[in-house]
Each structure stands twice: as C-alpha cells, then as structure tokens.
Write a new protein. Structure first.
Length: 557
C-alpha cells in the first residue's frame, strides 16, 4: 500500500520514540539515553538502548535497530503500511493515500462501516443481546471485541445498497454471496458477529454464529478467502492479546471466538482462537513473534483431541515449546468463566501436558498395547513421530517412550530427519573496534555534507576494522542497524571540522605506510618497479605530513 510521503512525514513528526517504545517495554534512564532488556532476544542485562535525541533504538546484543516505525514493525510483526496505520490511529494522524491505493482504503472503510452497522443492530436486537448476556458476556467485553448482530439478509443488502457498496465490491470482500441460482444474499444473516482483525488491528473479515434453532445451516461461518482475508494466517483476538503475549511470554490458543472473549473477560488476556480451521504452518510466523510458550486448550471431544494432536505435532516439529490442555467433554473455557471457575482455569493452564509427551501418549492410546502386533505398530508410529524432532529431544524422549510402552529402550531405533531452520535470532560476535574509524563514521552520519569532501580522498581500503560501516554511510544506508548502533553510542565522539581532517590524515598515513611495507615484501616486482612505487607513496606521505588531503590512490592495483 502506498501512503503519501507528506502524511508519513507528518506522522513521524508526531512520534516520540520514548513514548512509542515505552508502551511496550519498561525503559530505565541511563545517562542521556534509556535502556531495557531487548524484546527480540533473551538477555539477562539490558543492552537495548533508546536515544530520545536521535529518535532511534539499537540493541548491542542482537544488532536490531531503527526508528519508532521500525520498532512497531518488528515488535508486532507488521509490514510498513500496517505499522504506519497503527501509529496514525494511535496518534490521531490522518494518512493520505496515493491514487492507486485508494481502492484498498475504500475496502477498509466498507468493512469498518459494515461492522458499525452490525454493532448498531446488536443494540436493537433484544434476542441477540440476551444471548450474549446469557453466556455471561459483559457489555464491556461486547465493546472491547466490537461484537455485533447481522440482521436478515434483506436488511443488510438494503444497508449496503444505501451505502453505495456495489455487488462486485461486496463479493470481493466476502460480505455478499451468490447462490447456485444466481440469487444475491448477505453472507452473514441472523447471526451474532465477531469482527476479525490482523495483528496490526486492521479489520479484514467476520465470524458469525447462529443463535436460533435453524436447521441445514452451519452453526459457525467465517468470511471466505478474499484478497485480504485468509483464515489460515489469522488468529481471532490476537490484536487484543499481543501485548500480554509479549509481556507474559505465553499464548493460549482455544477453538472458539466466544472462548476468547470470556477468557479475556476473566483476565486471561493472552488468549486467541483459530478461525474454524486447524493450526497450520501458516500460523507459525505469528506464533513465533516473541517466542512465547504456547498452550493449546482444546475441547475434549474426538475432533478437539485430534486437532490438539495435529497442532502439537506440527509445533514440536518446528522446535516450538508449550503444552496441551484438554477440557472434559461438554466443557469449554467460556462456560468455566461464566461459572466463576477462573482458579480452575489458572490451574489447568499452569499444568499442561508437554507437546511431546501428549503426542506420544495420543499415538499409543490408538492401539491395544496388550496385543503384541498392535504394540509393535504403536512403537513404529511413535518412533515415526520422534524422527521429526531434534537429535537431542529424540534421545531425551526415548526413555519416556520406553516407559509408557513398556519396551526396552534398545528396541527404539530412531533415524534423524532433516530439521527446520532455527528461528531464533543469532547474536553477532563483537570483534575489535577502532574508535578513530567509528568516530569518523559517526561524524559523517551527523554531517552528511562532509561525505562529498572525502569521497575522492578515502575508500573502505583505508579502514582496517569498519570497512562495511564506511561503505554503508557513503551509500546513504543510514537506517542500517550497524550505523544506528554507532549513532546511538555515547562513547563515540563526533569530530569538529579541524579534528576530522586531522583524523582522516592520520588514517591515510597509516594506510600508505602499510602499503610501503607490502611493496618492500613483494618478490615478483623488479627493483625499478619497486623504486617507482615507493617514490610515489613517499611523495603522498610527505604531502600528508604537511596537512594536505591527497586523493586516494591504490598503488597495488
């Protein structure tokens, strides 16, 4: 999505990085800057620095860095337009869109207005309100999750028509549909509604549930797959739960939208739900954000147990950690909250069955292990599952499998399978530093006009330690984490004009003296060639000695 640059600049001018980052992290004053434990990698002592004067952040542990917008993108797993829209909403800035993207903005407004229509309908429908209240839903939760009611199809179509929403638009957004006989109808009709948002809080579709005894219709429906809605990548309630997920390092995944609403109402504000589909690989990018412990809290019927096994298998194979809670058949989180059993829920969530233990026990439970033939099949299936795990976990759980299946460990033969790539951030190793080189780079960052003065004088060959950083600053890659890390450090100075020139001359003299040593050591050059190059280098050194800035020349090229 293209947002006009002028409105982006207006937004940036309104942002204060201390305020933005402080909404997510507990910042502590450290001199002119602020510090916190980095949210992007595990650490015991804070290496995440935020500079109010430069309006940037940088982590000296894992190397991430940027401005307020970049932080929101990284922390909330948003793309650039989504982060802009989120911040614009929070700071009351009206973004302007380029002509080619006004259609996207128009689609967004259609869904938002349709949601307002559903919410208004709920206030006018005693039966729908009574359903929510009867399930124990507070009015504050109705407001928080923007719950609504979709009236009869004709009423919704009338509203859409009066709002100027055409059939093509309605079909593309999944809010109207066509029957086999070409009859047009509102997809959500006589149902309570649950608006579905992206992680960044953008409305992209709806879920709906009937509250009467109609037959031959699905109890639950979701928006169909559209250009903006893919239920396999979305989690209901995530936009409301993400702050708690990040702070607590834990996410609870349930099966129903109403379960999410009620769990949040009871204080479990890290709860989300899948949208009528199993947890899949497409959900993993969202689940990886912050690397939380994952609790799968599923129904006790056969479908719920099967879904829990499939999800636990997938997550354990991906190296993600967590556990499973299976509710008694006929019991769900929403009912437990209504009955005031928050302490029971807390106990369940704190005593989960680990993914691997759950999967192994589930596999074995499918067989009669008193029958030797079936016991062997159970062993093969369990080993097949163990093969999907890392070698270390395979070794750890061979003994567990041996115990629950009552077989000797030597019968458990595991073949190592290729493992998915690690998802954790690797902390870069910090090598030696050259403060003189770093100070030149920081000076160039503070005074970009100086770059033109030194372009013909130096190249990255002059630098011994920070060549990459010099190339980045000359290339105007000022938002690169390496440059942000230099810019934010208080121990690296910015040279005044005279000192800057002296320092450049110092580095040039060091460079050309090293070139002299290399020339003298070159055996393939004859005496005449060596003498010529040595004279040229000494001439340059003499000029540098007199304080002249000499154009860079590579004598070994």
């Amino acid at each position: 999505m293209s947002i006009e640059q002028a409105s982006i600049e207006t937004l940036k001018n309104r942002l204060d990085i201390i305020d933005v980052v402080g909404r997510y992290l507990e910042l502590r004053k450290a001199g002119a800057n602020f510090k916190a434990n980095c949210p992007f990698h595990d650490e015991n002592s804070p290496s995440f620095v935020v500079s109010p004067s430069k309006q940037i952040y940088h982590c000296f542990g894992c190397g991430v860095g940027g401005d307020s917008i970049k932080f929101v993108m990284e922390y909330e797993n948003l793309n650039y337009p989504e982060a802009l829209e989120k911040l614009a909403s929070e700071y009351n800035v009206q973004l302007q869109y380029t002509q080619g993207d006004r259609d996207n903005y128009h689609d967004k407004k259609i869904l938002e207005n349709y949601n307002l229509f559903f919410r208004k309908q709920l206030t006018q429908n005693p039966e729908a309100l009574a359903y929510f209240h009867g399930r124990g839903v507070y009015d504050s939760s109705i407001e928080k999750f923007e719950l609504g009611y979709a009236p009869h199809s004709q009423e919704s179509l009338k509203y859409l028509n009066q709002s100027g929403v055409g059939m093509k638009e309605g079909l593309s957004l999944g809010i109207i549909a066509k029957s086999d006989d070409a009859r047009v109808y509102a997809r959500f009709s006589k149902r309570i509604t649950f608006p579905v948002f992206t992680a960044g809080g953008k409305l992209v579709g709806f879920g709906g549930r009937i509250i009467d005894n109609r037959e031959n219709v699905g109890k639950y429906i979701n928006s169909p797959t559209t250009k903006i809605f893919d239920k396999s990548t979305l989690l209901y309630g995530y936009h409301k739960a993400k702050t708690t997920i990040m702070k607590k390092g834990e996410i609870i995944i349930v099966e129903g939208n109403l379960d999410v609403v009620m769990l949040h109402q009871a204080g479990f504000t890290n709860a989300v739900a899948t949208l009528g589909t199993a947890l899949t690989d497409k959900h993993v990018p969202l689940l990886k954000r912050g690397e939380p412990r994952i609790i799968l809290a599923y129904d006790g019927d056969s479908a719920g147990v099967a879904a829990a096994f499939k999800a636990a298998s997938m997550l354990s194979h991906r190296g993600m950690h967590g556990g499973v809670v299976i509710f008694a058949e006929g019991v769900d989180p929403a009912d437990m909250v209504k009955e005031g059993k928050e302490n029971d829920l807390k106990a369940l969530f704190s005593k989960t069955k680990g993914f691997i233990e759950f999967c192994l026990e589930h596999i074995i439970a499918q067989y009669d292990t008193h029958n030797p033939v079936q016991k062997e099949v159970a062993l093969k299936e369990a080993v097949k599952y163990l093969n999907t795990l890392s070698p270390m976990l395979q070794d750890e759980y061979k003994g567990y499998l041996s115990a629950i299946l009552s077989v000797q460990e030597r019968h458990i033969r595991i073949q190592q399978a290729p493992q998915p790539q690690a998802t954790s951030i690797q902390e870069p190793r910090r090598g030696n530093e050259d403060i003189a080189e770093l100070s030149i780079i920081k000076t160039l960052l503070a005074n970009p006009n100086m770059i033109d003065r030194i372009l013909n004088v130096i190249s990255s060959d002059i630098f011994q330690t920070h060549r990459q950083e010099l190339d980045l600053v000359i290339g105007n890659e000022v938002e690169h984490p390496l440059l942000i890390g230099i810019d934010i450090r208080d121990d690296i100075m910015i040279y005044e004009d005279e000192d800057f020139t002296k320092q450049i001359i110092f580095l040039l003299r060091r460079y050309y003296n090293n070139e002299l040593k290399k020339i003298n050591a070159m055996m393939h050059l004859n005496l005449s060639e060596k003498s010529f190059i040595i004279r040229k280098i000494r001439e340059v050194l003499n000029r540098l000695q007199r304080g002249e800035l000499v154009p860079y020349e590579s004598f070994l090229a």
